[in-house]
Design a protein around this ligand. Sequence first.
Ligand code: ATP
Length: 235
Amino acid sequence: MLKIDHINTFYGNIHALRDVSIEVAEGEIITLIGANGAGKTTTLMSISGIAPPRNGEIVFEGKPIHHLPPHEIVELGISQVPEGRHIFPYLSVSENLDMGSFLRKDTAGIRKDLEYVYELFPILAERRNQAGGTLSGGEQQMLAISRSIMARPRLLLLDEPSLGLAPIVVKKIFEIIAKINEENRTTIFLVEQNANLALKVAHRGYVMENGIISMTDSAANLLANDDVQKAYLGI
Ligand code: ATP
């Protein structure tokens, strides 16, 4: 579905991604793990067109996308839930969700997906008229994920969904990630510092160090790998 082929991404003189290649098959959950500053967010930003690579290729469903502006990449079916959530604080929960379906015209489908996200996260249904900015951190993460689901993406990019959340909320969010993947067949590209959780939910994983992909394998093999256990799982 997605092929990132030897990309190099820079911020001015900073060479953030070095010859990065990643493949994602339709229906998979893949995770990209790594330490602070490794280049995980930059990888997502390169896919979504916010930090386009200087060279190399990104191909989505057979179409090169590395030269497209972000709004065209969204239109192709790629939706990103950024780190730190970035919901619209002064809009209500339901208005935030409307923003997710902004590009869609299928009213019946939108209504169905709205029912679906309220079923996934009943707390959002209870709070549908509350301003987004007054929700708890965990509720805002649920809203950010739900807003992306409302765009009906074929590929969902999730940046650190566990960041700053209580363990019980993180558990719920990860259950929902697995559910979205199974029920909607939404392909998921998950960036996480919590390698343990990420590798438990993902099918395959990539490890990134200083802008380079240093390892890739099935999630089960990475979980059992000595180097991964020492560096990322605290074992
Ligand atoms: P974290 O887990 O801490 O979010 P990350 O793996 O997502 O880290 P990135 O945010 O992709 O890492 O950062 C990769 C490198 O690029 C870092 O050295 C960072 O300082 C640098 N960087 C990121 N954004 C910018 C920017 N807008 N301008 C300059 N340098 C940047």
